[in-house]
Design a protein around this ligand. Sequence first.
Ligand code: KMH
Ligand code: ZN
Length: 275
Amino acid sequence: MARVDKLIITAAMVGAEVTRETQPNLPITPDEIAAAALACREAGASICHLHVRFDDGTPTQDRERFRETIAAIEAKSDIIVQVSTGGAVGMQPEERLQPVTLSPEMATLTCGTVNFGDEVFWNSPDLLKQFATELKRYGVRPEFEIFDAGMVANALNLVRQGFVEPPLHFDFVLGVPGALPASAKNLLYLTELLPEGATWSVAGVGRQQLPMAALAVTLGGHVRVGFEDNIYYRKGELATSNAQLVARVARIAAELDRPLATPDEARALLGIQKR
Ligand code: KMH
Ligand code: ZN
C-alpha cells in the first residue's frame, strides 16, 4: 500500500472577497491576522494561505502590508506562510507579484484563466511563465492553484519547460461559480492526472468545504479550510473563527487515524527551506 503522509491543513483565513458584513470574525489587520494564524496553528494547521487587507478591509497586494503582516505572524508562530499571488480579481500582474519579492516560503500559482462568479480571473500563458520565473528567482515554493481540470495540464507544461521543479504541490479549489464544481468524482479525476510523487490538497467552496476535507483525509490528500472559501460552520451558522474550521478537520483526522503534520514536517514534505 502506498505511504500516506501526515496531514497538512492549510488555513485560508482572509481571502480577497469575504467582508466583515458577511463574516464579522474576518481578521483584517496584521495583528488580527497574526492572532488568527496562531489560533489555526494551535488547532492543527501547518500552512496559512495569506491575503492581506488595508485597515478598511480593502484587499491589497501591497508589499509593505504583506511585510508587516508576515512579520506579525512569524513573531507568534512557526506556521508556513504561503502568500497569494492571485490577489483580487482585476489586479494587474505586477501588483499581484509584490509579496513574492519578500521571499516568503511559499506562494500560490494559479494555472489558467477562469470565470470567477460574474468576473474573470485572468491568468494567461505568459503570466504563468512570468509568475513561475519570479517565484524561482526569489526562492519561493509554488503551490499550483487548480480551479478547473485543464489547469493541471498547464501546470505540468510549466514543469516540462523547466519553470517549476519537483516536488510538486497542487491545491484543487473546487466549487467556485464558473469553475469546476466540487464532487468526489471531480476530485478523484484531478488526483489521477497528477504525476507520481506530487502532493495535493483540496479547498471546497461553501458547503462543500467539509465533505471535500473529509474525502481528502480519507484519500491521503491534504486539506484547505478557512473564511476565504467558506464562512459557515454549518448551514445557517457562521463560523466563530478560522481556527474552529481547522479544529474540526483535526478531529476528523484523529478519528481516521491520520496524524497532523507540524510546519517543519510540512516543510520536509513540500521541499521548503525554512526562512
Ligand atoms: N481571490 C481570487 C481571485 C490565490 O490566492 O492565489 C484568487 C485567489 C487565488 O485567491
Ligand atoms: Zn487566495
